[in-house]
Design a binder for this molecule. Structure first.
Ligand code: NCD
Length: 307
């Protein structure tokens, strides 16, 4: 039995296979509409979510399966003090696969030790978000035609943004990828990403605070919101929340074939005037999230690709 807890749980080759399956699903959705008939996905969401939970549910429904679950800790027995390990033992009797989001880093890993069905990490605290990364990889490959030889700018809250941590870990496996890390000093990537991931693998990167100067170099600009819920102090959040606002004027500095990604939700960091720019890819990215989660559910359940 396999889980997905970290983006590196799939090898480069397995990741390509998954992305190929997702692209085939995009082209031939009707072929896949019954492959998970009789199977159930449980979404255990202890933290708020719109896209991740609903795209998981849409993915399972598109495959002909069904879904059950809860969307906040308050509406589950966690509110009565039940542990994650007990909850997943029980859910293993009700469903075939679990997607779990939790505010505590490592909670899905703990769940995987007690569940008898596959567990997918749908975001754990400020740590990792591997299914957003699969979504990002599918989006980048679909738009640029490759995952190698790219200069990727990551902008915003690189400290608490789990999507950033997972994307960096996944992208260093492709040749000739460079990073421009654009953030205020206080929101730079955690030292484990800088030292154990980037420096340990000799990956070229620079840390800067000026988005305008970085713009012309980028093939991908990955914008993120400042993660309000992970700040200890509201004053710091208010001071940092509008550090970067991508607008039409900044887009003029970018290459004609650069794409803007954002895991969403957006707060202020991308002005709505950018949405009409053909290089704004964040809503397409949300659509790719459904295809990739369909491919992931099939893979972890061992469902064969139909002919
Ligand atoms: C992200 C998350 O939850 O980490 N959202 C998502 O899953 N698409 C990004 C965020 O909340 O800022």
């Amino acid at each position: 039995m396999r889980h997905l807890l970290n983006p590196l749980d799939f090898s480069v080759e397995e990741t390509y296979e998954l992305l190929d399956l997702a692209s085939d699903i995009e082209k031939n959705p009707e072929k896949y509409s019954h492959v998970c008939a009789g199977k159930k996905l449980a979404t255990l969401f202890y933290e708020p979510s719109t896209r991740t939970r609903l795209s998981f549910e849409a993915a399972m429904l598109n495959l002909g399966g069904s879904v059950l679950g809860f969307s906040s800790a308050d509406s589950s027995s966690a509110a009565k003090g039940e542990s994650v390990s007990d909850t997943v033992r029980v859910i293993s009797c009700y469903a075939d696969i679990i997607a779990m989001r939790h505010n505590k880093e490592g909670a899905p890993l703990v769940a995987s030790h007690h569940a008898t069905i596959p567990v997918i990490n749908a975001g754990d605290g400020g740590h990792q978000h591997p299914t957003q990364t699969l979504t990002d990889l599918l989006t980048i490959r679909s738009l640029k035609g490759r995952l190698d030889t790219l200069t990727i700018g990551l902008c915003g809250d690189l400290k608490f943004g789990r999507t950033v941590h997972s994307l960096i870990e996944a992208m260093i496996r492709y040749p000739h990828v460079k990073f421009v890390l654009i953030s205020p000093q206080e929101l730079r990537v955690p030292s484990y990403i800088r030292e154990d991931v980037l420096e340990a693998h000799n990956i070229p990167y620079e840390e800067v605070d000026n988005l305008d100067l970085a713009m012309p170099k980028l093939d991908i600009l990955y914008m993120t919101r400042v993660q309000k819920e992970r700040f200890f102090n509201e004053e710091d959040y208010i001071r940092l929340k509008d550090s970067y606002i991508l607008d039409k004027k900044k887009m003029e500095l970018a290459k004609a074939d650069m794409f803007v990604l954002h895991p969403l939700p957006r707060v202020n960091e991308i002005s709505t005037e950018v949405d009409a720019d053909p290089r704004a890819a964040y809503f397409r990215q949300a659509q790719y999230g459904v295809y990739v989660r369909m491919a992931l559910i099939m893979t972890l359940l061992g469902v064969k690709k139909p002919c």
